[in-house]
Design a protein around this ligand. Structure first.
Ligand code: NAD
Length: 463
């Protein structure tokens, strides 16, 4: 078969690229190895994890509200029903994507595609001839070769989201976003959680002051959090996985019912014979692209996890539009100023623009405000007081440089800061924007007022 635009991979990057190219008048074929569209994000990532995190938050809130005199009975967890419900959420979106593809006349081919050369892709016995291609093959969880990976009790994020059981004792290797989100889910379902993180803080890329409220909370809720620690060995025994640690103040070994490995993801660039098309794939599996998402081969583009960090669905969809638009003859290129990060933990952590660590490392002179949610009426009314909204601005121009939020709904709240940064807003713009009261969004306005020196919701002594 022949196609104008071939898209390899049907995750958020791939389907967005396919749909945008079709909307721009291209004839598009989308190749996906799984029988449904949506990729890791929709099937074994963002969406099922958010469904489970929603349930976790209901379970947690039903306990926390006892402080207000409301006591619920112990929840009964029907695991099979919970699994079905979570799968139903994904299936609804799978069906939606299939319909969207059909409405646009995008041809979806199921199967694993491998390049033959720069204009041909093989899928099973079929050969597809294309004019332009977009590689959107994503990434997979990193495996640690010395671990007993064939043992069913050693799982990755896909295994954790399957929810086969609720292990009594769960060890999570990697205190990054996946590890901490899964810890939130399994802790709420009743597992005893231990986390091992190689670095000296969880979510190492994020400022420490934003991590602190989450860390304080989970330190109380979880059995152990071992920082600056590695797992040196895992032995599969009949009654559990015997894990040996290497780090300060850790037990020599401990037995766990399940171990989740969440130490990052690796790109799938090496799995589609892109090199046969002349595309350079580095030794880790990444494919280099320019600001138009074009690879070293002029008719082949790449987007999403396979082109580099951060491996986030919203980065992939943004790149997807660029690639599709360039193919359609538009002058699109990467111009976004920031890609927000969100950890959907409890509390959530979200940040965008420069972190404080980055601003310091780059020698940028900045003003900083951190508004404590203990002074937010809305947060206290929600029964929470640990949040913080931090804003960084350029000392000379007042332009917003970065923001970080820790607290409930931080992932939703960060959007205002992202828009402010993209619009070139300064602190005064944020401070003079009327925020509805009482909302958590107000805390962004308050932190701007702190920098402006106009805040009335706190008392800050004049310097
Ligand atoms: P990650 O890179 O975010 O975190 C991995 C963590 O494991 C790091 O803190 C690292 O220091 C630690 N680590 C690495 N090797 C280790 C070892 N041997 N022992 C102990 N700790 C070790 O990776 P992840 O959490 O697996 O997530 C993978 C990707 O998926 C990331 O790019 C992440 O941003 C993305 N993701 C995003 C979201 C979201 O946006 N909410 C959710 C899930 C995943």
């Amino acid at each position: 078969m022949k196609t104008e635009v071939l898209v390899l991979g049907g995750g958020p990057g791939g389907y967005t690229a396919a749909f945008r190219a079709a909307d721009l008048g291209k004839q598009v074929t989308l190749v996906e190895r799984f029988p449904v569209l949506g990729g890791v994000c929709l099937n074994v990532g963002c969406i099922p994890s958010k469904a489970l995190l929603h349930v976790a938050s209901v379970l947690n809130e039903s306990k926390e509200v006892s402080a207000a005199g409301i006591k619920f009975a112990e929840p009964e967890i029907n695991l099979e029903q919970l699994r079905d419900w979570k799968n139903k959420v994904s299936h609804q979106l799978n069906a939606g994507l299939a319909a969207l593809a059909k409405q646009r006349n995008v041809t979806v081919v199921n199967g694993t595609g491998s390049f033959i050369d720069a204009t041909h892709l093989q899928v099973g016995s079929e050969i597809i001839e294309f004019e332009q291609a977009i590689i959107a093959v994503g990434s997979r969880p990193v495996k640690i070769p010395s671990f007993p990976n064939e043992d069913a009790r050693l799982i990755d994020s896909t295994g954790a989201l399957k929810l086969d059981d609720i292990p009594k004792k769960l060890l999570i290797i990697g205190g990054g976003i996946i590890g901490l989100e899964m810890a939130t889910v399994y802790n709420a379902l009743g597992s005893e959680i231990t986390i091992v993180e190689m670095q000296d803080q969880i979510i190492p890329g994020c400022d420490k002051d934003l991590i602190r409220p989450l860390f304080q909370k989970i330190k109380k809720d979880y059995a152990n959090i071992y920082l600056s620690t590695r797992v040196s060995n895992i032995e599969a025994l009949a009654d559990g996985l015997k894990v040996s640690f290497d780090g300060p103040s850790v037990p020599e070994s401990e037995l766990f019912d399940k171990v989740l490995v969440a130490v990052g993801r690796q790109p799938n660039g090496g799995l589609c014979d892109a090199d046969k098309a002349g595309v350079v794939v580095d030794e880790r599996g990444f494919i280099a692209v320019d600001k138009h998402q074009r690879t070293t081969v002029s008719n082949i583009f790449a987007i999403g996890d396979v082109v580099g960090q951060p491996m986030l669905a919203h980065k992939a969809t943004h790149e997807a539009r660029i690639a599709a638009e360039v193919i359609a003859g538009m002058k699109s290129q990467w111009q976004a100023l920031t890609i927000p990060s969100v950890a959907y933990t409890d509390p959530e952590i979200a940040w965008m623009g420069l972190t404080e660590n980055e601003a310091k490392a780059q020698g940028i002179e900045f003003e900083k405000a951190a508004f404590p949610w203990a002074a937010s009426g809305r947060s206290l009314a929600n029964g929470r007081k640990e949040g913080v909204t931090k804003l960084l601005s350029d000392k000379k121009t007042g332009r917003i440089l970065g923001a970080g939020i820790v607290g409930t709904n931080a992932g939703e709240l960060i959007a205002e800061a992202v828009l402010a940064l993209e619009m070139g807003a300064n602190v005064e713009d944020l401070a003079l924007t009327v925020h509805a009261h009482p909302t958590l969004a107000e805390t962004l306005g308050f932190s701007a007022e702190m920098i402006e020196g106009t805040i009335t919701d706190l008392y800050i002594k004049k310097r």
